[in-house]
Ligand binder design. Structure first.
Ligand code: IMP
Length: 204
């Protein structure tokens, strides 16, 4: 069994989110034939692990075993130091079934105000995005890569991007992810950092 990915190979993007599949295909420079778990009607597993790495492997293995093909899955989210790493692996869930990230940002800032009172001088607005990217082979082997970008939690600014982009300002920048063009965000994002490791290890 070869543990590398061969350009042209068919890969399952273990996601039911067509946007993510497009993003995965773009990051892999269109060099692979990407099919989504959703288009193959594979059931979506429950994300029962407590780490990004654990959930990424769980999703990739689940798809690879069912479809008999190499599968790729990511798990990502925003962690906030003053909230003990929350929302972390629960980032999507904090936005509720309506995926209301405006509301999620309000909830986060309410919790931050409480944390500021409780933590005094120890309080910080440090935050980071993490992306774990797992590749699983149908024979059972899996490997995982993790990318991270550090920054600061800020009040919402900007309308580009998605999710928590408006409340995250990466270290060394004056703009939030939601104020940056997609290319500028891609150059430094947790997701592109995880993909760079994957490419170096399995493709190039
Ligand atoms: P996942 O689909 O389980 O990986 O959920 C990740 C959640 O984290 C999503 O709901 C996003 O809101 C959030 N998230 C992950 N990456 C980013 C990002 O680059 N910008 C903004 N939000 C993100």
């Amino acid at each position: 069994m070869s543990l590398s990915l061969i350009p042209g190979q068919k890969l399952i993007a273990a996601t039911h989110n067509p946007g993510k599949a497009v993003e995965i295909a773009a990051i892999l420079n269109g060099r692979f034939e990407i099919v989504t778990a959703g288009s193959l009607d594979l059931p979506e597993p429950e994300e029962t692990e407590t780490t990004f790495v654990g959930n990424a492997i769980l999703k990739a293995r689940h798809a690879a075993l069912r479809a008999g093909m190499v599968a790729l899955a990511d798990d990502s989210g925003l962690s906030i130091a003053a909230l003990n790493g929350d929302p972390g692996v629960y980032s999507a869930r904090w936005a509720g079934p309506d995926k209301d990230f405006t509301r999620a940002a309000e909830v986060i800032w309410h919790k931050m105000d409480v944390a500021r009172e409780q933590q005094g001088d120890a309080f910080t607005t440090a935050a980071w995005f993490t992306c774990a990217l797992a590749v699983a082979w149908p024979e059972g082997h899996a490997c995982v890569f993790e990318g991270r970008i550090d920054g600061t939690l800020v009040k919402p600014r900007g309308a580009k991007g998605f999710g928590y982009d408006p409340i995250f300002q990466p270290e060394g920048f004056e703009t939030t992810f939601a104020e940056m063009d997609a290319d500028a965000k891609d150059a430094i994002s947790h997701r592109s950092r995880a993909f760079a490791q994957l490419k170096a290890a399995l493709i190039d």
